[in-house]
Design a protein around this ligand. Structure first.
Ligand code: OVV
Length: 405
């Protein structure tokens, strides 16, 4: 443990949020972490701070002057260690640099564009769900869930249609790279050069469709808002953050519905609840459970002394279950009003820039499911991926039965 200045040692814990045991059921250790007296707890296994109560999580995410993103999106401390890829121009920078790139992505993922994409997303969701109903029994993760974002999101960016499975390998590298180095990660990273080259090629202007989000980013470079090379890296940000996140969130939401038949019955009876159901799943159990910040200076955080350049693990997944914020926090309720307090997309200046795209994907997917499907039956154990990175399922064996009415 790092030497702490001052008299009293901080509240500390030997819980390891990256361990398979923790990841298999994080909600009980989340409770333990929330119940410490101090708002920030020292994790002895990794020499980092952790923040898990809703109010404390919001306080950290709202305080970008002291809790920086330039130290990197993961456990690796860019102030002290070398990142594996060029830092993201939006996630891994602070103001003022951040505003310039953020503004470009905000403009190209406009409400207007999302409205134009909706019909295309619906056609795709309907087709995939019809195909799943034809099969009847399926592993819903590879056979249904992965295929939806993997089709609609890169299409929206303007990537050509091809075998896109390399995107999932790249996503595993990006999100796995936010955790500690493990044998799994080292093995994965043997492909880093070829996979990075594959992705970077697809971020180039000449490979992108003229009407997509990627081309719109390059148009901002033509207008002088950003450099050409920055446009390339912003396309990379979309291809990094836009696929695995929604796959995992949709997969976990589908499992929630399979495991809560009374909630599924509500949604099936009223497909208009789809957006609210996905919003609730984003609170209750979704892909992004944690974020990192790095202190820029010595910080007194609500009485806890943090030192300069220390990593802070921000457990948004624990904040989403904080009983001090949410009534009946551990209950999955598709009618709950979540959006105004949603923490699953982060908060503050770095809150998910494409969150309205994610919501659109979730809404369209679950509305189509609600219109077409009568019963969702779990026919085998769901498998969680336990490696560090996003939370998500590798397998969800289901039987789907078509609505007859
Ligand atoms: C939010 C997020 C996750 C992963 C990668 C990036 C962003 C990026 O900007 O590259």
């Amino acid at each position: 443990m790092a030497v702490m200045r001052g008299a009293a040692p901080p509240d500390s814990s030997d819980l390891d949020p990256f361990s398979p045991e923790f990841r298999a059921n994080p909600f009980e250790p989340y409770r333990q972490l929330r119940e410490f007296a101090a708002p920030a707890v020292w994790l002895t296994k990794h020499s980092i701070w952790v923040v898990s109560r809703y109010d404390a999580v919001r306080a950290v995410l709202g305080d970008w002057k002291r809790f920086s993103n330039a130290g990197g999106g993961g456990l690796t401390n860019y102030f002290l260690e070398k990142p594996w890829r060029r830092p993201s121009l939006i996630l891994e920078v602070d103001p003022p640099e951040h505003q310039r790139t953020r503004r470009v992505l905000m403009q190209v993922i406009s409400a207007d564009r999302l409205q134009r994409l909706r019909a295309t997303f619906e056609v795709q969701a309907d087709a995939l769900i019809d195909e799943a109903l034809e099969r009847g029994t399926l592993d819903a993760i590879p056979d249904l869930v992965q295929r939806f974002p993997l089709t609609v999101f890169p299409d929206a960016v303007g990537m050509r249609r091809e075998d896109r499975s390399t995107m999932l390998t790249y996503g595993a590298m990006v999100f796995g790279g936010f955790g500690p180095v493990t044998p799994w990660y080292q093995d994965l990273m043997k492909q880093a050069d070829t996979v990075s080259a594959w992705i970077m090629e697809r971020c180039q202007r000449q490979t992108l469709a003229a009407d997509g989000i990627g081309a719109a980013i390059y148009a901002h470079a033509d207008a002088g808002d950003i450099e050409q090379g920055e446009a390339t890296l912003l396309v990379r940000s979309l291809l990094s953050a836009g696929v695995d996140t929604t796959i995992d969130s949709i997969g976990l939401c589908l499992r929630c519905l399979a495991e809560h038949p009374e909630q599924w019955a509500l949604l099936r009876a009223d497909p208009q609840l789809a957006r609210s159901a996905f919003e609730e799943a984003t609170r209750f159990d979704s892909s992004s459970q944690s974020l990192f910040r790095t202190t820029l200076e010595d910080v007194d955080f609500q009485g806890v002394p943090l030192q300069k350049h220390q990593k802070v693990l921000v457990l948004i997944g624990a904040a989403g279950r904080d009983p001090a914020k949410w009534a009946d926090a551990d209950r999955f309720d598709v009618t709950r009003r979540v959006t105004a307090s949603q923490i699953g997309y982060g908060a503050g200046i770095h809150s998910c820039v494409a969150q309205m795209m994610a919501r659109l994907e979730g809404e369209v997917f679950f509305a189509s499911l609600a219109r077409k499907v009568q019963d969702i039956e779990l026919i085998g154990p769901a498998q969680l991926r336990l490696q560090p990175g996003l939370r998500g399922l590798s397998s969800l064996p289901l039987r789907l039965i078509r609505k007859t009415s």
